[in-house]
Design a protein around this ligand. Structure first.
Ligand SMILES: [Zn+2]
Length: 172
């Protein structure tokens, strides 16, 4: 009996390995291969004063993007958006996430398992509210977007928990 079980386990391991190799994140780090050449470059940084941001952003977006606020769960307009396209920073237009990595987390906030390109975002430790979390910011304008947690789905196991008002959706 053992003679037959062992090849079965080996086959299972081989299949699992194959599944991991076909990860939807290619080596260039862009899960969808959307052409981002027409979008702002991360190196073209945006820097504005709080007064300047306040003048151009809606109050609810300012509170999240520039004051690290969190929108009420299940209130954001992009939570149940299932169209194909790109989610850009609501403050500066930097492409952040693809619809291809959006998933239903049940948390009440739009959730993604990977950024559209790794260098489009910045991650830093956030110790506010007595919790140790990892804050996610726009790498171009420094705006607060949300947090990332390690309880997401495959292939990354990450959950980028974003505020709807920090994002703007562009249909593709
Ligand atoms: Zn930005």
């Amino acid at each position: 009996m053992r003679h037959f079980v062992t090849p079965a386990i080996l086959l299972l391991c081989t299949l699992t390995a194959c599944a991991q190799q076909s990860s939807p994140i290619p080596t260039d780090g862009n899960p969808t291969h959307y052409d981002l050449s027409t979008y702002p470059k991360v190196r073209d940084k945006i820097s504005k004063t709080n007064a300047e941001w306040r003048a151009i952003l809606p109050p609810e977006a300012y509170d999240v993007l520039r004051a690290a606020g969190t929108e009420e769960p299940f209130t954001g307009p992009l939570l149940n958006n299932h169209e194909q396209g790109i989610y850009v920073c609501a403050a500066c237009g930097n492409p952040l996430f693809s619809s291809a990595t959006k998933f239903e987390s049940g948390t009440g906030w739009p959730s993604f398992w990977a950024p559209i390109e790794p260098d489009r975002i910045i991650q830093r430790t956030d110790n506010t509210f007595g919790m140790e979390r990892t804050e996610v910011l726009c790498a171009r304008c420094g705006s607060h977007l949300g947090h990332v947690f390690d309880d997401g789905p495959k292939p990354t196991g990450l959950r980028y928990c974003m505020n709807s008002v920090a994002l703007r959706f562009e249909r593709k």
